[in-house]
Write a protein that binds this ligand. Structure first.
Ligand code: SF4
Ligand code: SF4
Length: 129
């Protein structure tokens, strides 16, 4: 091998060695940054849980029946998912468990005669029939 070739080879090897060191340094720097981020996340206080409220307030509605319109078909009783309504001995609906009412209005929507109504709590009492 000539002296010129040997010298060039040495130079290339030196450059490769520098590149290898730089690559290791880059990995170390990235690892240190990741560790810092992880430590910061661990040190951050946990977010306080927001206060939980029922998604659907229960038992704050009134159910009103217009007896003159009701034909005692039982649809409202059958559709109520909460078993709030029961049929009396003549088949007319009566409110048995108002505390379980979730204001879904299934009873009101399925009544073919518009005889039953779900009244929100802000409605005045005078509305009662
Ligand atoms: S509003 Fe819903 S839960 Fe309440 S009585 Fe009517 S069907 Fe039942
Ligand atoms: S669905 Fe209407 S008509 Fe039938 S029982 Fe209920 S309130 Fe009466």
């Amino acid at each position: 091998m000539s002296a010129a070739i040997a010298s060039a080879t040495g130079a290339v090897n030196a450059v490769n060695a520098v590149n290898a060191v730089n690559a290791v340094n880059a990995v170390n720097t990235a690892s240190a940054a990741n560790a810092a981020v992880t430590a910061a996340a661990a040190a951050r206080p946990a977010a306080a849980e927001p206060p939980r409220a029922p998604v659907v307030p229960r038992g704050i509605y009134r159910i009103e029946l217009t007896r003159a319109l009701c034909k005692a078909c039982g649809l409202c009783v059958a559709w109520c998912p909460q078993k709030v309504l029961e049929a009396d001995d003549r088949g007319y609906p009566r409110v048995a468990r108002i505390a379980d009412c979730v204001n879904c209005k299934a009873c009101e929507r399925h009544c073919p005669d518009f005889a039953i109504e779900v009244i929100p709590p802000h409605e005045p009492e005078e509305r009662s029939r």
